[in-house]
Design a binder for this molecule. Structure first.
Ligand code: NAD
Length: 543
């Protein structure tokens, strides 16, 4: 038995590889891409560490070539979900008693596997499954997931070190117990890192998990699972089930041992889950923790003093990287009348140089949107703009789904600050620009604050420090992640803990102590070294 006080050193962010022509990483990720693309992959349910067949299967296809079959994944029925719950509960006793440094070492090893031998595989799988450029895959599937795993292990240590004062004659100890029961994690399609972190963060703190990945990320989700297994994660700690999201969710929420949900996805699904938990509340052994990071309608506002090229570049990168399918993507922009024409023309100049196509052609900056439903939703919006009188397409607006779900980066301009695309999350390569009167800076800040139900990310560009200060104050509740002279995307673990409030979520900041604290239930232990032997306090004594 080792009794030494082991220390997890402070991690640094995983360096981002650049995949420049001629680089070793470029050749090797493309080779892995080809291999995975050609091979037929079967993804099984993962229950108690075993590959389990479902009742039926579904095909997996890449968004940029939807006729190509990558293989299939198995669909769970109710009994599979119940056995995933049971498997988690059976794993609980040993896992929660394992020393925290040993739990940490499993996830630290997973980080090193991702940084080294699995880097190509996780990136290539993400390029294929979610149609990410190699750069978008690298900053998500490799670097962000590695950072989540390393920083969370360090933050766990910080949490455990946090202990109360002890007066003379006693010793107070705070124990950070895992939650009683199991955690349900539900992940979205758009970030492989989030898919891994939702389960890993809860498991790291000693919890057991049933994980339901998005139907549109299963091809890369199985690589995440493979890495956890290769790192030595014991059977049953994280179980993966795929299939009808409502059936899976209803089965899980019906369990008296359901102890919490770790969700990332759209707002209305989260609200539905919350309602279901509410109506089941008297059936649970413990009040479930509800953690959800959800939608966004993220803004950029430029002051008249803002630098034209900086604002234009922030719009191009912030709105169109990964086809605008980031919860943090800029989707509403407020430009002053005095500079809006120049900014828009710089945006167009930059967009004219952008190439669109499959992610294995590294010249492409824009690839396909995730699925047909997303394609149709965005195309409907483009067509609506074309027929409306209070908005117009400034550039882009072309689309084609014959091979993959391709939509060109589209800039819409409007003089109606409440135009539907200024308010609604569309989650695609479409940004709407509203031009305001330079004299109405304060009124425009109010507009930004009141236009959307969301409050995830936002950015202000200004060379005037007083104006910037005004924006920081007026927009206090508009964004959980607020950027000054920078695009509103690209939060880095350990540097900008991420999450928003209002309809954007519970703001528990993924990759931080705030989030990890949700997966523990503190237990206070007071030991009295010198117990008293007489009930009388001094004031009761006679003179
Ligand atoms: P989605 O809501 O369609 O799906 C998210 C998850 O919920 C998936 O696993 C899905 O299968 C599941 N789901 C769908 N219907 C369900 C139901 N009725 N009951 C239970 N589960 C159900 O979202 P998506 O398209 O995968 O991801 C995009 C959304 O996620 C956007 O709204 C985006 O803003 C949000 N998002 C937010 C963050 C954040 O940190 N705030 C990060 C990434 C994505």
């Amino acid at each position: 038995m080792n009794n030494s006080n082991i220390n997890i050193p402070y991690p640094s962010n995983e360096p981002i590889l650049d995949y420049a022509p001629g680089s070793a990483e470029r050749d090797s990720v493309l080779k892995t891409y080809d291999e995975l693309y050609k091979k037929k992959t079967t993804v099984f349910l993962k229950i108690n560490g075993k590959n389990v067949k479902g009742d039926s299967t579904k095909k997996m296809t890449p968004p940029h070539d939807h006729k190509h079959q990558l293989g299939e994944y198995h669909i769970a029925n109710k009994n599979h979900v119940k056995s995933a719950i049971l498997s988690a509960l059976n794993a609980k006793s040993k896992w929660s008693k394992m020393h925290w440094t040993r739990r940490a070492s499993i996830f630290l090893k997973a980080a090193d596997l991702l940084a080294g031998p699995y880097r190509d595989k996780i990136n290539a799988a993400t390029m294929i499954a979610q149609s990410k450029t190699v750069h978008q895959a690298e900053i998500d599937a490799a670097c962000e997931l590695i950072d989540f795993l390393r920083f969370n292990a360090y933050y766990m240590q910080e949490i455990y070190q946090n202990q109360p004062e002890s007066s003379p004659g006693m010793w107070n100890q705070l124990h950070y117990r895992p939650l009683e029961g199991f955690i349900y994690s539900i992940s979205p399609f758009n970030f492989t890192a989030i898919s891994g972190n939702l389960s890993a963060s809860a498991a790291l703190m000693g919890n057991v998990v049933v994980w339901k990945p998005s139907d549109h990320q299963i091809f890369s989700a199985q690589v995440v699972m493979e890495v956890f297994e290769a790192a030595g994660l014991p059977d049953g700690v994280i179980n993966m089930v795929m299939g009808d999201p409502e059936m899976i969710t209803n089965t899980i929420l019906a369990s008296e041992n359901f102890a919490g949900v770790h969700y990332t996805g759209s707002t209305f699904v989260f609200q539905d889950i919350w309602k279901k938990i509410g109506s089941n509340i008297s059936n649970y052994k413990t009040y479930p923790k509800i953690v959800g990071e959800t939608g966004g309608k993220d803004f950029i506002i430029a002051h008249p003093t803002a630098n034209i090229k900086e604002v234009a570049t922030a719009i191009v990168r912030g709105a169109f990287e990964y086809q605008g399918q980031k919860c943090s993507a800029a989707s509403r922009v407020y430009l002053p009348k005095s500079t809006s024409k120049k900014i828009l023309s710089e945006v167009k100049r930059q967009l004219d140089t952008i190439k669109m196509g499959p992610p294995n052609d590294l010249k492409n900056y824009v690839t396909a949107v995730i699925h047909e439903e997303a394609f149709d939703r965005i195309v409907d919006s483009i067509e609506k703009v074309k027929s409306d009188t209070d908005a117009e397409i400034y550039c882009g607006g072309e689309y084609d789904k014959s091979i993959g779900y391709f939509i060109s980066p589209t800039v819409v301009t409007t003089l109606n600050p409440n135009y539907f695309s200024m308010e609604k999350e569309l989650f695609g390569p479409l940004v709407t620009v509203y031009t305001y009167d330079d004299k109405k800076w304060k009124e425009t800040l109010k507009l930004v604050d009141e236009t959307s139900i969301y409050a995830l990310t936002g950015a202000v560009f200004s060379e005037d420090r007083y104006a910037m200060d005004e924006a920081i104050t007026a927009l206090e509740n508009c964004a959980g992640n607020f950027y000054l002279n920078d695009k509103p995307t690209g939060a880095v673990v350990g540097q900008q803990p991420f999450g928003g409030a209002r309809a954007s979520g519970t703001n528990d900041k993924a990759g931080s102590v705030f989030n990890l604290l949700r997966w523990v239930s503190p237990r206070m232990i007071k030991e009295n070294f010198i117990p008293v032997t007489d009930y009388k306090y001094p004031f009761l004594k006679e003179n």
